[in-house]
Design a protein around this ligand. Structure first.
Ligand code: CMC
Length: 428
């Protein structure tokens, strides 16, 4: 592969360096394009061909179905370590020693209290508010309660903000869910592991002792690991671009949560379950919905299918499918929704429309089935994704700040009106 790429414009040739990633990914560095060509830029809607940064956090190969965090295969991580170790790995670059892990967890626990006044903000939301909107708002509100976490430049200040948000986010999530259910808002139990504590905070009842179910702890741990990072996706790019203006970590995360909410991104897990329920209520005719998904005049898409990057299979979906089977088996649940999901998957994998477009089940096709089995309300599914993605967003935000990346500010090709004469209101 040549070291330079040549672009010819109006008979003039311009050379640009070709850069290679550590996994031999090739990119043309066009950072000097506009300056050297007197104003020429590139256009790439949806950034399908654009690398927005150099990053050392997550590698994925969509053709081969490979996903690695900091060089470690997702299959190994999901099997051998827990969510907090993965969080540490993503954020700081190495798997923690036992001491580092204990300290990390202790520091997170020490920051897990949330100002009681946050409850007043929560109170102001109508009961019907979508939890993603609530969580995004509360995360943003945390900046007001923790002003020292806004303008963080040193590694020490960043660390403080990181453990703060990792400690407080599960409380915000549990409170948001419990508020909707009319349950008392309290804090978890700092003697528990991170994931056990999340489950207890969500599901404990005031009049009974919460008993942990190791099957659920393990399944949630896996789900959070699988969602922990996915390089420059929509919400992560949002976090990086908001953070590039030196907005604080919490404000950047709040924006990321809003980006994740959309049904084409994290909101797909809620959309998948609602789709499966709708098919069930409509008599369970999967063929009818397959036809709708293929009909270009029908806006319906098979939720949980397709991925911007994975054009072979989503390695996370493979792990999750197994976990879903395990959870349903261990809990003795016979969920008819799962049968519909399996039916749709089988038909789609054999259908030329899906095969030709390389549309395979993605991570969210099965995650909702596990969340449902755990008793998590459908509207909370994307919030669970957000807890999982938190370390990834933090790692990417931290990397962006430490590399002193410039403010994100894309260009455009203007297609509006050219200069016009102003017309006073009486003459319009
Ligand atoms: N059902 C039916 N047709 C589809 C689907 C689908 N789920 N996904 C893509 N297509 C078709 C699309 O209509 C297009 O067809 P044609 O070439 O004839 O115009 C072709 O496949 C390529 O689709 P695209 O929209 O150009 O692909 P994209 O890379 O821009 O979009 C996607 C990727 C994930 C937004 C899309 O596949 C989709 O909308 N899927 C359903 C939503 C979903 O499950 N999202 C979760 C993604 S995984 C979790 C996460 O990372 O956030």
């Amino acid at each position: 592969m040549a070291n330079t790429a040549t672009i010819e414009i109006d008979g003039n040739k311009y050379e640009f360096p070709v850069v290679k990633g550590s996994e031999n990914e090739v990119a043309i560095d066009i950072s000097k394009l506009r300056a050297n060509t007197n104003g020429v830029i590139t256009v790439d809607p949806g950034f399908k061909n654009t690398g927005s940064c150099e990053s050392g956090i997550t590698f994925l190969d969509g053709e081969k179905g490979i996903l690695r965090y900091r060089g470690y295969a997702i299959e190994d991580l999901a099997d051998k370590v827990d969510f907090l170790e993965v969080a540490y790995l993503l954020i700081f670059g190495e798997l923690p020693t036992k001491e580092q892990n204990d300290k990390f967890h202790d520091d997170i626990k020490a920051e897990s209290a949330v100002d009681e006044d946050i409850k007043k903000i929560l109170d102001a939301f109508p009961k019907a508010a979508h939890p993603m909107g609530v969580i995004s708002s509360l995360t943003s509100a945390l900046t007001a309660f923790n002003p020292s976490s806004v303008d963080v430049d040193s590694e020490a200040d960043m660390y403080k903000s990181v453990v703060r948000i990792l400690g407080k986010m599960p409380v915000l999530v549990a409170w948001t869910m419990r508020k909707k259910q009319g349950q008392p808002l309290d804090y978890g139990d700092n003697s528990l592991g991170y994931v056990e504590n999340i489950l207890k905070m969500m599901f404990s009842r005031p009049n009974s002792c919460y008993v942990q179910n190791p099957v659920l702890v393990d399944a949630l741990d896996k789900l959070l690991i699988l969602h922990a990072d996915h390089e420059q996706n929509c919400s992560t790019s949002t976090v990086r671009i908001v953070g590039s203006s030196h907005a604080g970590l919490f404000a950047s995360l709040s924006a990321g949560i809003s980006a994740l909410w959309g049904p084409l991104h994290g909101g797909a897990n809620q959309a998948v379950l609602e789709m499966l329920q709708a098919i069930q209520e409509d008599g369970g005719d999967t063929k009818k919905y397959m036809a709708k998904a293929k009909d270009k005049s029908d806006p319906f898409r098979l939720m949980g299918f397709g991925h911007r990057v994975y054009k072979n299979f989503d390695p996370r979906a493979k792990i999750i499918k197994k976990a879903a089977d395990q959870v349903l088996h261990d809990l003795g649940i016979n969920d008819p929704i799962l049968e519909i999901a399996k039916g749709l998957e089988k038909e789609a994998l054999e259908d030329p429309y899906f095969v030709d477009r390389k549309l395979y089940p993605n991570v969210d096709f099965y995650s909702g089935i596990i969340y449902r089995a755990m008793g998590i309300p459908t509207e909370m599914f994307t919030v669970m994704f957000a807890i999982g993605r938190l370390p990834g967003w933090i790692a990417q935000w931290r990397e962006m700040r430490l590399r002193k990346e410039p403010i994100g500010r894309p260009r455009q090709v203007y297609i509006g009106a050219t200069e016009r004469k102003f017309v006073p209101v009486e003459e319009r």
